[in-house]
Ligand binder design. Structure first.
Ligand code: COA
Length: 585
């Protein structure tokens, strides 16, 4: 089928649906919802049999939905309407929520229903629910809708009189609805309010006399009791860039802030960085990665062992890895290497594996080119450390999505597994034609053909875990849920550590590294990549700096990139029956 995605952005959900539909053989083109006339033009060029709106902030133009079948995916249960669906579901403590596929009509989210898929709610941020439960349910809902469409069925009208229909029209959530009453709200309420607002818009609040939006909150189970006199809301401790604030019944870590009252554009940054000298008298309470604790807390890197397997977790916010984070992770990895284990499992975080160098920190630095250079070198040091590990076998277990250098970080491991729903963006070009490093010129050709490598890097398209495994980019994908993925990873890691052929596999790995090094040293790959990166960072062409500024500042797109808008490519229009996925194989 010829399908047009009409979407506000090519976000994670849109990318997942795109990979699912192209894998199923549909010809999908994408148009950003920028302007009604541009949308009409896209429809005229692509002549879609179906328009899908996975992520829209306003209603589809009348001239489009009246003449074309349009299915809108709304992140809410049947009957729910409004732009803050998940925000309200979290704040109201809903125990079950859902995704509904609706036929577009003149009213936002009010059309007839093609399918509605419910899921149990989890104590998690809005973005985490969106990237996991909402995304999985949206895939199911859209597939159900397509099946019903193929059978010639019609959508059913919404029946608000039906007592089973729990959803309601709810207004946009305002900052007043999100505001934390530090003297009244308990820890659970504070967490719910911040989670309902993460990653956007955050919860507005004052800290030490400055107004910020708060992001990424985690419960602290121990330290709150050590500051019994602290007024709720007070900053009582700091750790690795995060701040700990007292609540009425404990304390919460807040890792990121954004200034709201400044005249210049502002970005999300680590809390301690923005508070700076204001935290001079606030104690740092370190918690090293390997120290086991039995209470809820937050730390950016955690190491644990089970038998002969070491597990390294690095749930960096948004998967972004700044210079200091790469250095700390590299130190933790070296410590893991020195342990008498046989297998090291690199787990990233539950929502992201890694998205490469930290573009916000680079943007906020005094000298963006210098900081980019430091960051990519720190990232390369980490990747190298994984590649040259010769006493253990390593597993990259991607629980969440990965982009750019983050994908190549995973390829440094001996085995690369991904949760089945994971989306990879193994390319750098969208960030202002960045050449990329992380030893990708060594790691990618080890896994795919030169033609596939070229296509993956040039097409700039997302690759689903299934296709990534089929082309050999990763070794395998499994796990319909994060829990199922973890269970299987643990089983495979244990099996590898106790495999009768372990010594042989390790010997083969050493021999291969030795031969590779003799054929071309790792240092040569790195030097060549960094030579190109130096031009990106310090050269005459400022595309990378411009693209980064736009990305970090979330500057709205003024047109759809041509690699997504196939309808603007005459060759693609002629060949609409073949999918981009097929072309990329
Ligand atoms: N540095 C800083 N922040 C990053 C980041 C990075 N490298 N990659 C992603 N983020 C942030 C986004 O700004 C966004 O922030 P928000 O919480 O304020 O919304 C959040 O992570 C999620 O990213 P988003 O783009 O919304 O996720 P997605 O799943 O729709 O898209 C990517 C995933 C990887 C395609 C996209 O995030 C991307 O292109 N990232 C940049 C990758 C890159 O070029 N890295 C540098 C070269 S190694």
């Amino acid at each position: 089928m010829r399908i047009l995605f009409l979407t506000h952005a090519f976000n994670s959900l849109t990318q997942r649906l795109y990979t699912e539909l192209t894998a199923a053989g549909h010809a999908v083109s994408v148009e950003f919802d920028i302007n009604d006339s541009v949308t009409r033009e896209a429809v005229a060029l692509w002549q879609p049999e179906l328009i899908v709106a996975p992520f829209l902030k306003r209603k589809i133009p009348d001239a489009v939905w009246r003449h074309h079948r349009c299915i809108v995916l709304h992140p809410g249960i049947e009957g729910d309407r409004g732009p803050s669906a998940l925000d309200w579901a979290i704040v109201r403590g809903e125990t079950a929520w859902g995704v509904t596929a609706l036929e577009a009509n003149g009213e936002m989210d009010a059309g007839d229903i093609w399918a509605s898929v419910d899921f149990p709610m989890r104590d998690a941020t809005k973005s985490s629910l969106y990237r996991n439960e909402v995304t999985e349910s949206a895939v199911t809902a859209l597939n159900l809708a397509l099946e019903r469409l193929a059978r010639g069925e019609k959508p059913r009208p919404l029946d608000m009189e039906n007592p089973m229909v729990r959803g309601r029209l709810r207004p946009a959530m305002r900052q007043a609805d999100r505001a934390i009453a530090w003297h009244a709200d308990d820890t659970a309420t504070v967490l719910r309010k911040i989670r309902a607002s993460d990653g956007t818009p955050g919860v507005e609040d004052a800290i030490l006399g400055v107004r910020f939006c708060l992001y990424d909150a985690h419960q602290e189970g121990l330290l709150g009791a050590q500051f019994p006199e602290a007024e709720p809301g007070t900053v009582i401790a700091q750790r690795d860039g995060a701040i700990l604030r007292a609540t009425t019944d404990g304390a919460v870590w807040i890792t990121h802030l954004k200034r709201v009252d400044a005249d210049t554009p502002q970005w999300k940054l680590p809390a301690a960085m923005l508070l700076g000298a204001r935290l001079a008298s606030v104690p740092e309470v370190p918690l090293p990665p390997e120290v086991a604790v039995d209470h809820p807390t937050w730390r950016p890197i955690r190491y644990e062992e089970a038998g002969a397997v070491g597990y390294l977790h690095f749930p960096f916010y948004n998967g972004a890895m700044g210079t200091a984070q790469c250095e700390a992770l590299c130190a933790a990895y070296r410590a893991a290497r020195s342990r008498p284990t046989r297998v090291i499992v690199l787990l990233g975080g539950p929502d992201f594996w890694s998205n490469g160098i930290h573009l916000n920190l680079i943007e906020a630095s005094e000298h963006a080119a210098e900081e980019s250079w430091r960051n990519i070198n720190a990232m390369d040091d980490l990747v190298r450390e994984i590649i040259v590990t010769d006493r253990q076998l390593t597993i990259a277990a991607m629980q969440g999505n990965a982009g750019a250098g983050g994908v190549f970080l995973a390829l440094a491991a001996d085995r690369v597994f991904a949760r089945s729903g994971v989306i990879l963006n193994p390319h750098y070009k969208s960030m202002g034609n960045l050449y990329g490093s992380e030893y990708w010129t060594y790691l990618l050709p080890r896994r795919v053909t030169p033609e596939q490598a070229r296509t993956v890097m040039q097409f700039r398209l997302p690759v689903g875990a299934q296709r990534a495994a089929a082309m050999g980019l990763i070794d395998d994908h499994f796990g319909a849920t994060p829990a199922a993925f973890r269970t299987e990873v643990d089983a495979r890691a244990r099996a590898l550590a106790t495999a009768p052929g372990f010594d042989r596999m390790l010997a083969q790995k050493r021999a291969r590294r030795h031969a590779d090094e003799a054929s071309r040293p790792l240092a040569a790959y790195r030097a060549d990549e960094l030579e190109r990166m130096k031009l990106n960072f310090f050269g005459f062409d400022s595309s990378y700096h411009v693209a980064r500024y736009h990305f970090v500042g979330k500057v709205a797109r003024s047109r759809t990139p041509l690699w997504l808008a196939r309808h603007r490519d005459t060759r693609s229009r002629r060949d609409a029956a073949g999918s981009v996925a097929a072309a990329a194989d």
